[in-house]
Design a protein around this ligand. Structure first.
Ligand SMILES: Cc1cc2nc3c(=O)[nH]c(=O)nc-3n(C[C@H](O)[C@H](O)[C@H](O)COP(=O)(O)O)c2cc1C
Length: 253
């Protein structure tokens, strides 16, 4: 039996939580990086002996479409799935229920779901420094309960919150720009999950392809990519009311 960690994590918050859960489950881990635009996801075929942590961030209360398309290519073949949705302390709305549908369609058996909070990848002032000690305490307890369910061979699917049909996708439309500090090293272009940045001229971005995931801002070694300050101030203001009260991690078992 293998444990797979199947993760879409442009800025690392989702991966942090998936890594922690995988380590708590205490088995050899195989990673499938859904953020890698060069990967052929059709090659991955699991078995009904396997367990997979399938972790995605919430984008506007939905599964990022890039992650959805890539998960659909993997063959679950009855592998057990632990769903994880990571959000920036606003809300995750229909993300888990949509992830459930995508994963089941790919042939997995969903046995549990977790919603967890990580620092907001656009508005960093919200959920700053999360996951924190309390979050890890909750996640550790969740992993124990999931382990216990697996030991009992209980592969039932829990009730997962969310609506069908899902809420409408709202594209963030926030496209980071290169500043004068850009050395054209091309790292942002090679790490972009959707290939939206021109490899020969990283200042050139295909706005229609960009998913506003902020990976280019995170990976740039020269801090030479940023989003417009006024736009960020507006986003901060719009999110304030919904983000200010701390949300806790949740388990559906
Ligand atoms: C385009 C976009 C949309 C987002 N929408 C939401 C949202 O609806 N609710 C929320 O609480 N956080 C939202 N966030 C914050 C992310 O879900 C959160 O920061 C997550 O940890 C990012 O994952 P990553 O670090 O693995 O990239 C959004 C972030 C981005 C980039």
């Amino acid at each position: 039996m293998n444990i797979y960690e199947i993760t879409f994590s442009p800025t690392g918050g989702t991966k942090k939580i998936a890594d922690f859960l995988a380590a708590e489950l205490n088995r050899e881990i195989r990673c499938i990086d859904l953020s890698n635009s060069n990967e052929d996801f059709h090659q991955f075929s699991l078995t009904n002996e396997d367990t997979a942590i399938v972790a995605v961030p919430s984008y506007s209360g939905r599964v990022p479409s890039t992650a959805a398309e890539r998960i659909a290519k993997i063959q679950g073949n009855g592998a057990k799935a632990i769903l994880v949705c990571v959000y920036g302390n606003r809300a995750y709305e229909d993300t888990l229920v949509e992830l459930q549908d995508i994963v089941q369609q790919a042939g997995f058996t969903v046995i549990s779901a977790i919603a967890a909070v990580a620092e907001h990848s656009i508005a960093h002032r919200y959920a700053k420094n999360r996951p924190d000690k309390d979050d890890y305490g909750h996640l550790r307890a969740f992993a124990e309960q999931i382990e216990d369910k697996l030991r009992r061979n209980d592969f039932s699917t829990p009730a997962i919150p969310g609506n069908r049909p899902y809420r409408k996708v709202a594209k963030a439309g926030i496209v980071p720009k290169a500043t004068k500090a850009c050395t054209q090293c091309g790292l942002c272009a090679s790490r972009c999950p959707v290939g939206a940045i021109d490899k020969n001229n990283p200042a050139k971005v295909d706005k229609k392809v960009c998913i506003s995931c902020m990976r280019c801002v995170t990976v740039c070694p020269h801090h030479a990519r940023r989003i417009n300050g006024l736009l960020l101030a507006i986003v901060n203001m719009m999110l304030k009311k919904a983000c200010i009260v701390r949300k806790e991690c949740e388990l559906y078992l």
